[in-house]
Design a protein around this ligand. Structure first.
Ligand code: PRX
Length: 635
């Protein structure tokens, strides 16, 4: 019996129980039957949760890029691996077959090697959603270099801090990027970032927008001529299961971003298995995930998961609103998309536009539609179900995180009955628990608590780059022996999970995971600012938006407040990126603090939400009078 694909609900429970009772047998069989290994493992899993030390498929040898491409060449060489849909709908889409992808990745692998990149080196990839992004990632994986993709919306200083943290030797970027009717000068952002990055020896530049760029001699080089010269023969590096595959930065509730490290074999098995099951991928399907490859969703479900299954996957360069709000629906019709995976923010933004935008297009090829990144509200769920899925397509509301590598809690399409706003049941191998404030596991159903996972799964990030202690502290210390997700959840009467949102200082804005601390740090660097506190508040389209409470250095009026608001947002944009801008800024004379000096964010959150009903216990506040002042001047 194979465990790779779950056929029905009864079988789900069988597989689930097997995965809990005999996780080694369960994952061992999946791994052995569905991938190509140079050498099999000694042990399926070894772990010490107290030390946050987790290893899967120990001592096995494998190359994930070969599993994504070479393995399919005999059977599916001519099949389209990647459909590239450009930003501008009048520019022709590209269909890249598995054979062509193989050739392109091998050439790129040779270019990287010629530029001195070897196994274990870090390569920062700062590219728009173009085929070269996929090719660069897969080429790194082929030669064992560790890719660190930085979303091409981040600012120069955010790029620099990520390059510095992981000491990247090379940057792969482009002259610019097209996003809707805008173009962004990526190369000049890289130039600015590199002023602070001594580890970078070379920069490969893709020509995408044809804008003039500065090329620093001895460091910067156009990629295409190198590819034209390169051989398309390249031997893949034999990797150990636990060799790092990539680093991807995610916001923390404190301090600098965390470079989550994902390793090779476990990530491969987890993303492939979850892709196959959650989306019910079948051979001629055309899968489209609208995320950017700069986030984990794109890593796992635009590239690795689909390619590991020999799928056809779409890379879309543009935005949902350009040239008009029909763009997504037009692409679904054009490429006959069968699975469509997007974020609640996009759904809400498109749902507020005229229905004609969606009704004009033929969406009947769709079989499964999915949502990820934040809780999907009831209204958005129904709109998605009625107008996109035609009430015919199961909606897979998939809960997971950068740290989990792949999907954790989600319906298996055509297997698990769905329920609006519920991520439903854990996938086989995933053992969620809800914890109470006293750190006890909450048994039974119809309960609410902090969501933890009590047994390792193959895709879990193994560490934070350069800071294992922080990894241990962040994820394994709040509830000893368990992985703490940072999310709250409820379990309904039948055991279905609904994720209620973050219980820490991370706010999900438009599906982007933003730590409030780094934004506060950025604001506090503004010369006029003494201190600040940021909280999230509900927003119709973005899910959450950011509300900043700012204390200025001089008491009373400080310059023009309107201008200052703009300046502060510009400051955030420069330090982090436009996604972290604040929707509201209120200048205050103080912040509610406990006697130990901690800002009582709970109160600020309530004020930002406009809910003054119950501030809870304020007896530990040092300055209770400030609460009324802030409340009365709320924007
Ligand atoms: O709060 C949860 C929310 O997004 C967080 C993870 O963000 P990130 O690491 O950027 O990864 C996003 C894409 C996997 C989680 O801690 N989240 C993610 N998916 C859902 C969700 N909240 C509710 N429902 C979901 N389906």
């Amino acid at each position: 019996m194979s465990y790779y694909k779950i056929q029905n609900f009864e079988q789900y429970f069988k597989h689930y129980n097997k995965s809990v009772r005999e996780p080694r047998k369960f994952w061992g069989k999946i791994a052995e039957e569905n991938f190509t290994w140079y050498q099999l493992w000694d042990k399926v899993v070894e772990f010490d949760m107290a030390e946050a030390d987790i290893k899967w498929f120990t001592e096995a040898k494998v190359n994930i890029a070969k599993n994504c491409i070479d393995r399919h060449l005999n059977k599916r060489g001519d099949k389209t691996a990647i459909i590239f849909e450009p930003n501008d709908p009048t520019e022709e889409a590209l269909h890249i077959s598995y054979n062509e992808l193989h050739q392109r990745v091998c050439k790129m692998a040779n270019v990287l090697r010629e530029k001195g990149i070897t196994k274990g080196d870090r390569v920062c990839i700062y590219l728009p959603m173009i085929p070269e992004l996929a090719v660069s990632i897969l080429a790194c994986a082929r030669i064992g270099a560790i890719h660190s993709v930085v979303f091409a919306g981040f600012s120069a200083s955010a790029v620099a801090s990520r390059i510095i943290d992981s000491e990247c030797k090379m940057v792969i970027t482009s002259d610019g990027s097209f996003r809707g009717n805008k173009s962004i000068e990526l190369k000049s952002i890289v130039d600015e970032a590199l002023e602070k990055c001594p580890s970078v020896e070379s920069v490969l530049v893709v020509n995408r927008t044809n804008i003039p760029v500065n090329m620093q001699e001895g460091r910067d080089i156009w990629l295409q001529p190198l590819l034209d010269e390169a051989s398309d023969n390249s031997v893949a590096e034999i990797m150990d299961s636990e060799d790092p595959l990539f680093i991807l930065y995610t916001s923390g509730s404190t301090g600098k971003p965390k470079g989550m490290v994902h390793t090779t074999a476990g990530y491969m098995v987890h993303t492939a298995y979850t892709f196959k099951n959650v989306f019910n991928y079948e051979d001629n399907d055309i899968f489209w995930c609208t995320a950017d490859i700069g986030w984990i969703t794109g890593h796992s479900y635009i590239l690795y998961g689909p390619l590991l299954n020999g799928a056809t996957t779409v890379i879309f360069e543009g935005v949902p609103s350009y040239p008009n709000y029909s763009r997504f629906w037009e692409i679904i019709e054009k490429h006959k998309i069968t699975q469509f995976y997007t974020a609640p923010t996009a759904i809400r933004a498109l749902a507020k536009e005229s229905l004609e935008y969606v009704q004009k297009y033929q969406l009947s090829t769709l079989k499964v539609i999915g949502s990820v990144g934040e809780p999907i509200n009831e209204e958005a769920w129904h709109w998605f179900n009625d107008h996109v899925g035609g009430k015919r397509c199961p909606i897979v509301d998939t809960w997971w995180q950068t740290e989990t590598g792949g999907i954790m809690i989600a319906p298996i399409s055509f297997v698990t009955p769905t329920k609006p706003t519920y991520a439903t049941l854990p996938l086989p191998g995933i053992q969620p628990v809800l914890m109470d404030e006293k750190r006890n596991e909450i048994e039974g159903n119809q309960v609410v608590g902090s969501l933890c996972i009590k047994f390792p799964w193959p895709g879990i990030a193994r560490t934070i780059w350069g800071d294992h202690e922080r990894y241990k502290q962040t994820y394994f210390s709040t509830f000893p022996g368990k992985y703490f997700t940072g999310d709250g959840a409820l379990r309904d009467e039948v055991g279905y999970y609904r994720i209620t949102g973050r219980v820490d200082d991370v706010v999900i804005v438009s599906g982007h995971n933003l730590g409030t601390a780094p934004i506060e740090d950025a604001i506090n660097e503004h010369p006029a600012v003494a201190e600040s506190a940021i909280v999230g508040f509900p927003h119709d389209i973005k899910g959450n938006a950011l509300y900043g409470f700012v204390i200025l250095k001089e008491s009373g009026e400080y310059r023009d407040r309107e201008n200052l608001t703009k300046e502060i947002n510009q400051h955030i944009s420069d330090h982090i990126g436009p996604i972290a801008k604040l929707d509201k800024i209120q200048f205050v004379s103080g912040l509610p603090k406990t006697r130990s000096g901690k800002i009582m964010r709970r109160i600020l959150r309530k004020i930002a939400e406009g809910d003054y009903s119950n501030f809870g216990d304020t007896s530990t506040l040092l300055n209770p009078e400030i609460v009324d002042e802030i409340k009365n001047e709320r924007i």
